[in-house]
Design a protein around this ligand. Structure first.
Ligand code: AMP
Length: 213
């Protein structure tokens, strides 16, 4: 099963993807995670991507398309995969269709997680992650026992560079202008599965699995 997780930044795509890959035993392909790892390692890709990411802008289509084209042909993707954060523009979606048709494959479902902007801003600016184990927290909705310290491993909690208020607002604008048109793109193809992204994490997971089964 090949799935796309679509939704604005802060809709919970990453959280749901982690639960869904366990459920369906397919890998998660997050272009954001791949780019962040490249930035951390200081590779040429990371150096190119960082300037766009810091401003909340999209990395050029040609860069991310190349990353995904290579990744989906790796052996762990043979039984399917979950794309998280890709495609983000209509040209990316068209390129994906082209690569899939060459591989005689297709996208089965486009899960579109819907959350209002006001809620997204609260979620994103309060998000914190552990530097050591990657555990996620939220200063209001899921705070750690001691401020700035991971409950699970004692590691330091940090805020993603692009989760500050200014960059969040630019990421939401970019989403509306460049990614929202994908809903129509996939609606025409009969692939869109809209999901209400407000509620308990498990509840939202239940809504998605119901639609996928
Ligand atoms: P994310 O973790 O999905 O929110 O992505 C973080 C940042 O990485 C975005 O704001 C973009 O700068 C970049 N990025 C991730 N995926 C893509 C993509 N498919 N196309 C262009 N830029 C991307």
């Amino acid at each position: 099963m090949n799935i796309i997780l679509l939704g604005p930044p802060g809709a919970g795509k990453g959280t749901q993807a982690k639960m869904l890959i366990d459920e369906y035993q397919i890998p998660q392909i997050s272009t954001g995670d791949i780019l962040r790892a490249a930035v951390k390692e200081g590779t040429p890709l990371g150096k190119e991507a960082k300037s766009y990411m810091d401003k909340g802008e999209l990395v050029p289509d040609s860069v991310v398309i190349g990353i995904v084209e290579e990744r989906i042909q790796e052996s762990d993707c043979a039984k399917g995969y979950m794309l998280d954060g890709f495609p983000r523009t209509v040209p990316q979606a068209e390129a994906l269709d082209e690569m899939l048709s060459k591989l005689s494959a297709q996208i089965d479902h486009v899960v579109s997680i819907e959350v209002a902007n006001e809620e997204l801003i609260k979620r994103l600016t309060g998000r914190r992650t552990c530097r050591e184990c990657g555990a996620g927290y939220h200063v209001m909705f899921d705070p750690p026992k001691a401020e700035g310290v991971c409950d699970k491993c004692g590691g330091e909690l940090y805020q993603r560079d692009d989760d500050n208020e200014e960059t969040v607002s630019s990421r939401l604008n970019v989403y509306e202008a460049q990614t929202l048109p994908l809903i129509d793109y996939y609606k025409v193809k009969g692939k869109i599965r809209p999901i209400d992204g407000v509620g308990e994490i498990k509840e939202i997971f239940g809504r998605i699995t119901t639609v996928l089964s």
